[in-house]
Design a protein around this ligand. Structure first.
Ligand SMILES: Cc1cc2nc3c(=O)[nH]c(=O)nc-3n(C[C@H](O)[C@H](O)[C@H](O)COP(=O)(O)O)c2cc1C
Length: 337
């Protein structure tokens, strides 16, 4: 099974991706997706976007930049720049973001509300001579609809008209955000009908979730995980084991690695974030997921309350001294997104 790390804005930029690869991935993650770049007509990337795609910060070959736009013109200049200046040969389009400001502009999952526009967008992109000549690969990460899933088949029909590198499906509609049950029947339809290779994404948080998934969909060749791998990065060993069901974890070693991973992410973030506040805020975001695999959550409160860097570091030290990692059967994230 191929395993991809999902793009999570605010979490999976290079300051997390690189430590992830160093400490856990070591070749096990088949693709790392960047959080979305949002191009506009200025034809320039933001400093933050530049940093995240800069090859000096992305020594792994398997990093796929994600772009969110509904303008083929902007998509094409972005693809050209990513290819020419940074050497990226595969680009992912975001057709899933549920955020209000994005959807109101007809982007992300908002794109799924105007299928004629979407088809024209793909036509213009795929018939672009530069993209054709350089054989640049384009994949899509999609939801199954905007306000409902009634048009999922129509959406699939459009994707089927083009030669996508792959179609990554998060089987929810926009209003679900990241909660409510995933619609597995919609994914099943895609497995049957899609002429493009499909990748599953959504709510695989634990070994049990993964085993249930592969049991239901034995033909699926690739899955993308987001929150599950942030909460429990060592889950990657289970997913990639020859026999995931019987793979025995060394939870002490996993805790050592969690500590190292945390330390490396913090170091990377401190290199670019001035002031404690921003870096701490970003680290706390990680704990909002990682706390779910601790056997005792009470010391996380101190981590979340800390304001100054020294306070934060001490709180993490206390937390890691007092708690152990547990492999959970089931996780239910509280976060609305
Ligand atoms: C905090 C957060 C940020 C996200 N940012 C992005 C993003 O930049 N691009 C994207 O395609 N999806 C984004 N997503 C969606 C995830 O990539 C993924 O589809 C979602 O979390 C479901 O997968 P999971 O259940 O394995 O976490 C984000 C999700 C969360 C929770």
């Amino acid at each position: 099974m191929k395993i991809y790390l999902a793009p999570l804005e605010g979490l999976t930029d290079y300051t997390l991706r690189n430590p992830f690869e160093e400490v856990y991935g070591q070749g096990k993650v088949d693709k790392y997706f960047t959080p979305f770049i949002s191009p506009n007509s200025s034809e320039r990337f933001l400093t933050k976007e530049m940093r995240d795609i800069d090859r000096l910060n992305n020594t792994n070959k398997n990093v796929i930049p994600q772009v969110m736009t509904n303008s083929s013109k902007d998509f094409i200049w972005t693809i050209k720049k990513l290819y020419e200046e940074f050497g990226y040969k595969e680009i992912n389009l975001n057709a899933g973001c549920p955020s209000g400001t994005v959807v109101s502009k007809g982007k992300g999952s908002g794109f799924l509300g105007d299928l004629d526009k979407m088809e024209k967008f793909f036509y213009e992109t795929f018939s672009n001579p530069y993209i054709e000549a350089n054989n640049i690969k384009i994949s899509v990460k999609t939801r199954i609809g905007l306000n409902d899933s009634d048009h999922w088949e129509d959406i699939l029909d459009i994707y089927n008209k083009f030669k996508l590198e792959e179609l990554i499906i998060h089987p929810r509609i926009r209003s679900d955000f990241y909660k409510n049950d995933v619609k597995l029947e919609a994914f099943n339809l895609a497995l049957k009908k899609s002429t493009n290779k499909v990748v599953y994404n959504g709510d695989i948080f634990t070994r049990r979730d993964y085993l249930e998934f592969i049991d239901k969909f034995p033909d699926c060749q690739a899955v993308m995980l987001g929150r599950g791998l942030i909460a429990d990065p060592a889950l990657i060993d289970v997913l990639k084991a020859d026999n995931p069901k019987d793979y025995v974890r060394d939870l002490e070693y996993d805790k050592e690695r969690l500590s190292k991973f945390h330390q490396r992410v913090l170091e990377e973030r401190l290199k670019i974030m001035s002031g404690d506040k921003h870096a701490i805020h970003r680290m706390k975001e990680m704990w909002c997921y990682m706390e779910y695999v601790l056997d005792d959550k009470k010391d996380v409160k101190l981590v979340k309350k800390s304001q100054k860097m020294e306070e934060y570091k001490l709180a993490v030290k206390v937390l890691l001294n007092n708690t152990n990692i547990e492999e959970k059967e089931h996780i239910s994230f509280w976060k609305k997104h």
